[in-house]
Design a protein around this ligand. Sequence first.
Ligand code: 9MR
Length: 613
Amino acid sequence: MCYTYIYQPVSACLLLNMSKALSPKLHINHCLLFLLASICFTVTSTAQQIAENGAPGIRLNQIGYYPGAPKIAVIVAGHGTVFYVQTPEKKTVFTGALKWSVKPDFAGNKTLIADFSSYQKTGKYLLFVPGVGYSYPFEIRPFVLKGVAGASIKAYYFMRASIQLRKKYAGKWSRAEGHPDTSVIVHPSAATDKRPAGTVISSPRGWYDAGDYNKYIVNSGISTSTLLSLYEDFPAYMKTVKLNIPESGNNLPDVLNEVLWNLRWMLTMQDPNDGGVYHKLTNAAFDKFEMPDNATAPRYVVQKGTAATLDFAAVMAQASRIFGKFPKELPGLADSCIKAANKAWNWAAANPNVAYDQEAMNQTFSPKITTGSYGDRNFNDEFIWAACELSATTGEERFITAINLMPDEKMPLPTWNQVRLLGYYTLIKNIRTAHDNGLKELPELKKRLLAFADSLIGGANETAYETVMNKSARNFNWGSNSVAANQGVALIQAYQLSNDPRYLQFALANLDYILGRNGTGYSYVTGYGSKTPMHPHHRPSSSDGIAEPIPGLLVGGPNPGMQDHIKVPSIVPDEAYIDDERAYAVNEIAINWNAPLAYLVNALEALQSKLKP
Ligand code: 9MR
């Protein structure tokens, strides 16, 4: 069968490399070299074929597994009792029994679970299930996810506004600078005496939000904070993550270099006269699909709001805590950040209920703004988050005593409009680290976080994919892949608090979900895995003339809502996905979805030795 044939050339290539390495005296004549080179060329194209030919019924992490960690594949629409782990040469190295899932999937069918956790030998493999076929190739080795872990952060470099992406850093995705944002107009909705409508301000840098080229403070808040937390929670590991970005090689860890690109933009979004923060920097309407340097419509800062101002305060307070550790490299920055945070907090305290209501705004002001709204009406969670970050950084309890820290028993999973847990994560970390400020609520918060993690993992093993993500159809909304990632982040937080490896195991299972062990068989990260999105709703990926989309981007994922009116092939919640550029409700990419992926995969790389099979 074609499988053997495909792998023969691989050995030929290896042979060529070996002969080069072993015997400089061995003169391979040009003819032979050419022959071997052309065989190698065949490998690339046939490797592509094998990637495309993986049996669609076998769903697994398409990149690979850590030797000492759980290893699960899921077989859909299958039958049989046995599976094999084989080498590329079709040698069986492990034989396992298939077992039926306890519960059916959302379509009502049970799946077969292939568990090869006890096989721990490093190598390249395929799974073979008689009657179903061969899986995509995968590896077992330490640091197997290092590539995708780095790419999930490097993705932010590709999202940068106001900078040319040079070939040296961007490779074939190099591009011209887009959106300098040095002449941004104050929209009438944001006018004040000191900055009347039409005032021009400079607000460069920052990351594009998603498939569009606008920059939104609310969504920047959770994204920037999640990346800051990744550094704050795993500083030693994150110092080893090199991204090949323009700042690489200075004394800062690259993840912080990347965060700075957005943080410096965020600082410009605060009105220095009163401390309020503009909701977004935006065009009046979405750009068409074109490269960023061609998208030159006027840009506005619009109305200040309570959510944007408190999210800004939270991020600046956290940033002050973290960048304060680099006084030589960034003199004064930590100070500026905490000052900005305090000013923002004061504005919000005086303006506790200013919602960003785009429809209402458009009744009164022109031009009408029709880009993403990120509108929110409840600010309790934003107050909690900002208070927690400000207290953690300054050691002052007054921020926390000013708010209702635990309005109810809920531990809502973080998303752009629900940030309460981000504040709790920060307080709980302070129990572990030096800053225990003796808050009486801390033991209760710690208990609740573990209870929340227990509620996430309870019954996960019984689902058709043995993941937390597959427990509930309610997880499959707009940006569902970020739900999987944020569940993973919550479990990592619980692990850090308890050292209970079960939390890590299910964090990893959700990452497996993202990388292919799921209802569609896609690895949802562009460029990482055998079957990955090729047509994300992302303007540069669509317009740059390069076949492959920009790598390391997490698409939104299954969502039966079809808010974009593009028909998905199935409305079964975890199957409701299509790799179609127009389908923004399932196939867009966004900074707030990549951030929890970056956290999850880098945290697991850092903690891989703690995983138990
Ligand atoms: O991620 C946002 C999702 O939760 C909302 O339901 C949706 C509709 O309001 O908007 C999503 O955010 C989009 C933003 O408004 C504009 N940039 C692209 C974002 C991702 O689709």
